[in-house]
Write a protein that binds this ligand. Structure first.
Ligand code: GTP
Ligand code: MG
Ligand code: NA
Length: 295
């Protein structure tokens, strides 16, 4: 495909911030789900991806959200999240203020040159001080529009659902003003694995984000050193879909092994080609590992 085949695609938005500042609760509020309640210890341990629809200037618009863990142990996941995103939403609890992983997440977003929208959360709580969060973040180069800067800050309560529509609006305004979000949907799909694991019943499963092209059931794919034929695609509600277009996250079934989170995937002409590429990659990795260990 060439430039002529470029079509608008939804923004990919990574939700980042300090542990327990309300990233998953925010996504629950947007999606009207209750994932927080199902997490062990209330701590997110994996990256999750969801697509939602929002009304913007009379138009139905899609936004893809990537939820990241805020626990300090998961630095690599935050760094990866910031790299594969268009916009970062930095969640800061208004009763707790800027904390170490708030700063770390912001550093990842700034290093990746990704525009940041700040969601000042938990404004329902006693002791919430949203203006203090604004003042704190000016020290890190994020100056709110109302203070003469260019960063959009939105006060929200993920618990009560306050400010959610304003936040979606701020995200779409940022996307339209600062980004040219287009991709070719007609080519063979390419993208990135966001999370992968071995499922007891389904075998290896990978949540992938399609970045270009359209991924279809029946496609032969290589993902890192894993390969296979796409047996089924499930959307973020677990419903089967036939295909996934750019910016769409889907669960892929049919891989012969579990890829690593962060691995790129590509669709190739057939299973043989997929196996060959995967085996070449594995062999290259083995010799690199051997070179490393003999040093
Ligand atoms: P990690 O993924 O583990 O970093 O946490 P998180 O940022 O996803 O936070 P999570 O959504 O798990 O919320 C942490 C706690 O704060 C939960 O008990 C939520 O119910 C609570 N919480 C989140 N948002 C709000 C809010 O707007 N107001 C109040 N009062 N509580 C909230
Ligand atoms: Mg979470
Ligand atoms: Na949490």
């Amino acid at each position: 495909g060439d430039e002529d085949d470029l079509a608008a695609r939804p923004p990919v938005v990574t939700v980042m911030g300090h542990v327990d500042h309300g990233k998953t609760k925010l996504l629950d509020a947007i999606r009207k789900t209750n994932i927080v309640a199902r997490e062990a210890g209330g701590i997110t341990q994996h990256i999750g991806a969801y697509q939602v629809s929002a009304e913007h200037e009379g138009e139905e618009r899609k936004i893809t959200f990537i939820d990241t863990p805020g626990h300090e142990a998961f630095t690599a996941m935050r760094a990866r999240g910031a790299k594969s995103t268009d916009i970062a939403v930095l969640v800061v609890a208004a009763d707790d203020g800027v904390k170490p992983q708030t700063v770390e997440a912001l550093n990842h977003a700034q290093a990746a040159d990704v525009p940041v929208v700040v969601a000042v959360n938990k404004i329902d709580k006693e002791g919430a001080d949203p203006n203090k969060v604004r003042a704190q973040l000016t020290e890190y180069g994020l100056v709110a529009e109302e203070y003469g800067g260019s960063t959009l800050f939105v006060d929200i309560s993920a618990k009560n659902g306050t400010g959610i529509d304003d936040l979606l609006e701020a995200i779409l305004l940022t996307a339209d003003a600062e980004l040219d979000l287009r991709a070719n949907p007609t080519m063979d799909a390419q993208g990135i694995a966001i999370e992968a694991h071995l499922d007891k019943g389904r075998g290896p499963v990978a949540t992938v984000l399609v970045q270009r092209g359209t991924l279809r059931v029946g496609d032969s794919i290589v993902c890192g050193e894993a390969f296979g034929r796409v047996r089924a695609l499930l959307d973020d509600n677990g419903e089967p879909v036939e295909e996934a277009t750019p910016s769409r996250p889907v669960l892929v079934m049919g891989l012969t092994a579990v890829p690593s989170a962060g691995d790129n995937f590509i669709v190739v002409t057939d299973d043989r080609m997929a196996r060959q590429i995967a085996q070449q990659r594995a062999a290259r990795k083995r010799s690199a590992d051997m070179a490393k260990s003999s040093r």
